[in-house]
Every structure is written in C-alpha cells, then in structure tokens.
Ligand binder design. Structure first.
Ligand code: ZN
Length: 252
C-alpha cells in the first residue's frame, strides 16, 4: 500500500469469473468479475493488443485469479491475471452458456442482498460441475434449492405443511411451501415419492461429492417444475435469462 496522487493505492488479489466485458477506449476493456465480495469492476488496459499479457484472461467466462490495483476511482486496474479454469466446454456450447447466464444472473441478484462467501462457493462448485460435463439442469436445480435457505425461504421438508403430520405424505406443494398429507390434500399437483426423495437429496448433497447422475427424466422435470413455481411464489426474484432457458429443447 502506498500513497499515489494523495490517495490510497492498494494492490490485492481476487478470484472470480469474468461475467461481462465492455470495450473501453482504444484497446482496453472493462471487466465485471463475480467474486465472493460481489461484482468487482476492473479496467484491463491494452488487453486487446495481441501482445498483451492480459489478453487471454480478460475475456468473458474466464475463471481466474486477478491482481488488481485499487486507487481512488471506482474501477480498479488489472495488473496481472492467471486462469484457474478456462471453462472451455461451457464457452463452446450455447445451451451451457444459457445455463451459465441464468445461474450467474441468479447469483448476482441474490448477492446484491446477501454477500455470503458460501453463496459464491456454491456458485463456483456448480459452474465447475457443469464444465466437467454433469447434467446442467440437475446442477442448476441443486444450486437453486440450496440458495433458498440464504433467501430465507427454505422448503419445509419436515412433515405436512398444513397439519404437521409426517405420515401419509402424498405430494409436495410449491404454493403451500412443503409436504401435503392425505388428509390435507385437495387438488395439488402430485409430485410422487421418487421426486420428493430426490428433492431432499438435492437439498442435502454436497455439490463437490456429486459424481454420477442417474435420475429419471420425469423426476428431473418434476423437480425443475416444482422449483420454478416455488421461486416465483416465494423469492420475489425475476431472472430475465430464465426465459431463454425455458426455450431450450432439453429443458422440460
Ligand atoms: Zn396434513
């Protein structure tokens, strides 16, 4: 740390994913890097120059480590960067880019309200699993269900949400916010025992330990439908890019 032009000039290292890049001046860019402290705006000077050491790392969808110089201005300057994971598989697949975009927008909105490094860690783990070739729909839904706790609207999976009974559960209702037993059932959508069991698994699983995904299509689709309705009903979030995702063929 030193004094520069009468202000504080600090160099530090951040880790994160470049989620957008904007051209700036002749051959520079402004990068938005999603980090555990939220979005950090960074000027990457001269990075469009073919000989620039910053060229590769200053591209959208790079997950890297960035040494930045923070002065008095709002934007920091990028000094050096190195790639942790280039996310090449996601970059080369439009469907995966759509998932990435939605997940990132979701995270960004949630992190505007709660800056928890745990949220960021869940995000990175999810992105890396998708990069490793795991089913993006399943990984997205696992992340979504885990994020509900941070939003203060976790699903009650401890018994019927109307009478508390733990017996004769017949479905889980995204509008009521939990299980429904036979006695309380009216005409809610039926999410069968397999779907309810997997929903619980999604909630409990450690993302790092996900190693093999064999889930029936109707179960995946049921969980995704449940979570879509639940998010609409309880989170108050509107994620623009979800619309694009809903148009993807394999998104049921
Ligand atoms: Zn009941």
């Amino acid at each position: 740390m030193g004094l520069l032009f009468g202000g504080i000039n600090m160099i530090r290292t951040i880790k994160g994913v470049v989620i957008s890049e904007t051209p700036w001046k002749e051959n520079s860019k402004i990068l938005n890097i999603l980090t555990e402290e939220g979005i950090v705006g960074v000027v990457s000077k001269g990075c469009k120059n073919l000989k620039s050491d910053l060229r590769i790392v200053s591209q959208k969808l790079q997950y890297g480590e960035f040494i930045i110089n923070e002065g008095n201005t709002k934007l920091a300057n990028l000094r050096e960067g190195s790639i942790i994971n280039p996310l090449s598989k996601i970059k080369s697949d439009l469907t995966l880019i759509s998932y990435f975009t939605y997940i990132t927008e979701l995270l960004n909105q949630i992190m505007k309200q709660n800056l928890y490094s745990e949220i960021y860690k869940l995000y990175i783990k999810t992105i890396l699993k998708i990069e490793d070739g795991f089913d993006p729909l399943v990984m997205m839904n696992i992340l979504e269900i885990k994020l509900l706790d941070f939003l203060g609207v976790g699903i009650n999976l401890n018994g019927c949400c109307k009478c508390g009974s733990t017996k004769n559960i017949v479905t889980v209702d995204p509008d009521a916010g939990g299980y429904i037993c036979r006695d309380c059932y009216t005409n809610e959508i039926i999410y069968d025992e397999m779907i309810r069991k997997m929903l619980r698994m999604y909630y409990l699983v450690d993302i790092d330990s996900v190693s093999d995904i064999k889930i029936k299509d109707y179960v995946k689709a049921g969980i995704n439908q449940f979570l879509s309705i639940y998010y609409d009903r309880y989170t108050g979030l509107y994620i623009y890019s979800k619309k694009f995702l809903e148009n993807i063929n394999d998104f049921k």
